[in-house]
Ligand binder design. Structure first.
Ligand SMILES: Cc1cc2nc3c(=O)[nH]c(=O)nc-3n(C[C@H](O)[C@H](O)[C@H](O)COP(=O)(O)O)c2cc1C
Length: 181
């Protein structure tokens, strides 16, 4: 059976790498639906993800073109939710149960056994901020969330440090192992 991946994209520079992730997933035979935060649309256009995923891109919590309750249908469709890149902002919102856009609402409304693979990507100071680390620990304690540790490397802000998004191939491998494909 075809496995369904709900891919959340947040507003970070690393979102350009998520295009490659979608390509790898589609090539492997997964069905992919992309949900973007409003900030994410400032980085890569929804059109790119729509084209690569071969599905509509979901942006709006209050979409009048949808007769069903869109965020609930998405949660029922997903076998796995992946958020890559995950910003400090959305990470903290998820940890706090905030539901103020389509992406955060979908994550909060996922069924109990639907796992969420998180690929944080941010500046090193943000990543090492004790509040962010506290939120990471909070999510990891709940077995539902798998948080990938951002590897060290060159960051978008020009410095070398922790906070890079793992490479699309690495996220892809994690997805396959979580879905035993
Ligand atoms: C050029 C630029 C790059 C950014 N990169 C990141 C990033 O890599 N990680 C991050 O956590 N925030 C980053 N931000 C800040 C987020 O876009 C901002 O916190 C936003 O509110 C995130 O919204 P979202 O979590 O709903 O996507 C960046 C902002 C700009 C202008």
């Amino acid at each position: 059976m075809k496995k369904n991946i709900l891919l959340g994209i947040c507003g970070g520079i690393a979102s350009y790498k998520s295009c490659e992730l979608v390509r790898l997933l589609i090539k492997e035979g997964f069905a992919v639906k992309v949900v973007m935060s409003p900030a994410a649309t400032k980085f890569v256009t929804p059109l790119v993800f729509q084209n690569l995923s071969q599905n509509p891109v979901y942006l709006d919590m209050f979409d009048l073109s949808q007769a069903d309750v869109g965020h609930i249908s998405l949660t029922q469709w997903a076998h796995l939710c992946v958020i890559a890149p995950l910003t400090a902002n959305t990470l903290s919102k998820i940890a706090g149960g905030v539901c103020d856009n389509l992406l955060t609402t979908v994550v909060c409304a996922l069924a109990k056994n639907t796992k969420v693979l998180l690929a944080p990507a941010m500046n090193e100071c943000m990543w090492k901020n004790p509040i962010i680390q506290e939120n990471v620990a909070k999510l990891e304690k709940l077995k539902k969330y798998i948080v990938l540790t951002p590897p060290k490397g060159e960051l978008a802000c020009g410095i070398y440090g922790e906070g890079r998004m793992p490479e699309p191939q690495d996220i892809f491998r994690h997805i396959k192992s979580l879905l035993k494909k």
